[in-house]
Design a protein around this ligand. Structure first.
Ligand code: 3HC
Length: 309
């Protein structure tokens, strides 16, 4: 039974986030990492964006420049000087670096947004655990792996959580904050407060496959592909139906193309392996076939639809 002292302690720690986060290191300069870097810098915080590939870092820089220019133009429609100042301010707060160990020297929070491979994530977090100050908080932006499994190689599970963003990061208002049993109140509260500080609405979910959004979205998209496979309706009609009949901004097949068919296949296969009896996680042949043909969606120029560059 909770004592009054414990209850007070808990209520104090749920209201006060002691860890004011100002320096954020993001590992992985892909679409998600770049988006997280942008929104963090937009909130006035210092960002270090790390990637081992020079080419990816160059691409991230260009993507952030384009995206922030779009945001600035929207916010300051009639004032190009203010728009320019906003863009320049944001860009000046982002450093692009290669050296992972050096990049975390002053980090209050590290967010990992690298490839969805547990061995590679383990290797990275072992290095980070050694290199980062002992108070630095660790988070993963994984969309489908277990946070507890990722955190298992570190000695700071109390400072570990999931921070799951959505694509496009500057536009989607949600942030899923995931606690593992070892995540302490202070870490959780700091993560929730940080999410709010960068303008996101935070929700909490246990460390379950796909958390809330992907747990619902991935099986929904899979069933849409099965409908197409069965010939129940055309791709265009499935998408139109969900846009006009359910008010979604994109239909399921458009969304699959947008997030990448390879991502969808990877998530379903991983979950199916772990939970073979769950029919919702059964891989879909057509989705796999398209990926084998290199049709990965928007990023490759073709998926369920064709895209001009
Ligand atoms: N940076 C900044 N602003 C952007 C942007 C970017 N990268 N992309 C779009 N925008 C802004 C535009 O400026 C525009 O703003 P305005 O309406 O105020 O002028 C607004 O967003 C809409 O953009 P567009 O007019 O270009 O296009 P649409 O109206 O078709 O919207 C969309 C595009 C926002 C992507 C919309 O279709 C949408 O919300 N789709 C659903 C996306 C979704 O479900 N994402 C979640 C995927 S799951 C996921 O990410 C989980 C992961 O683990 C895989």
């Amino acid at each position: 039974m909770a004592t009054i002292g414990n209850m007070l302690k808990r209520s104090f720690s749920t209201n006060v986030a002691k860890h004011a986060i100002q320096n954020v290191t993001i590992i992985g300069g892909g679409l998600m990492g770049s988006g997280i870097a942008q929104v963090t810098a937009q909130a006035g915080q210092s960002v270090t964006l790390v990637d081992v590939s020079n080419e990816i870092l160059k691409k991230s820089e260009t993507a952030i420049q384009t995206s922030i220019a779009r945001v600035a133009k929207k916010l300051h429609k009639d004032d190009p000087t203010a728009a320019k100042q906003l863009s320049e301010g944001v860009l000046s707060r982002i450093k692009y670096v290669h050296d992972t160990e050096k990049s975390v020297e002053n980090a209050d929070l590290i967010i990992e947004a690298i490839i969805e491979n547990i061995e590679i994530k383990h290797k990275l977090f072992k290095v980070l655990d050694q290199a980062a100050p002992k108070n630095t908080l660790f988070a993963s932006n994984t969309s489908s792996l277990s946070i507890a499994e990722i955190a298992s190689v570190t000695k700071r599970k109390d400072k570990f959580g999931g921070l799951h963003f959505f694509n496009p990061v500057p536009v989607m208002k949600l942030l899923e904050v995931i606690r593992i049993p070892e995540t302490c109140d202070e870490t959780y509260n700091s993560m929730m407060a940080w999410g709010k500080s960068i303008g996101k609405t935070c929700i909490t979910c246990k460390d379950t496959p796909g958390f809330v959004v992907n747990r619902l979205l991935v099986p929904y998209i899979a069933e849409a592909v099965r409908m197409l496979e069965r010939g129940d309706a055309s791709a265009e009609d499935i998408d139109t139906a969900m846009k006009l009949g359910a008010g979604y901004p994109m239909g399921p097949l458009e969304l699959a193309d947008y997030t990448g068919l390879d991502t969808g296949v990877f998530i379903l296969e991983g979950w199916h392996k772990k939970f073979p009896d769950n029919p919702l996680f059964k891989p879909v042949e057509l989705q796999k076939k398209l990926v084998e043909q290199g049709k990965l969606g928007r990023k490759s120029g073709e998926g369920f639809y064709k895209y001009s560059k």
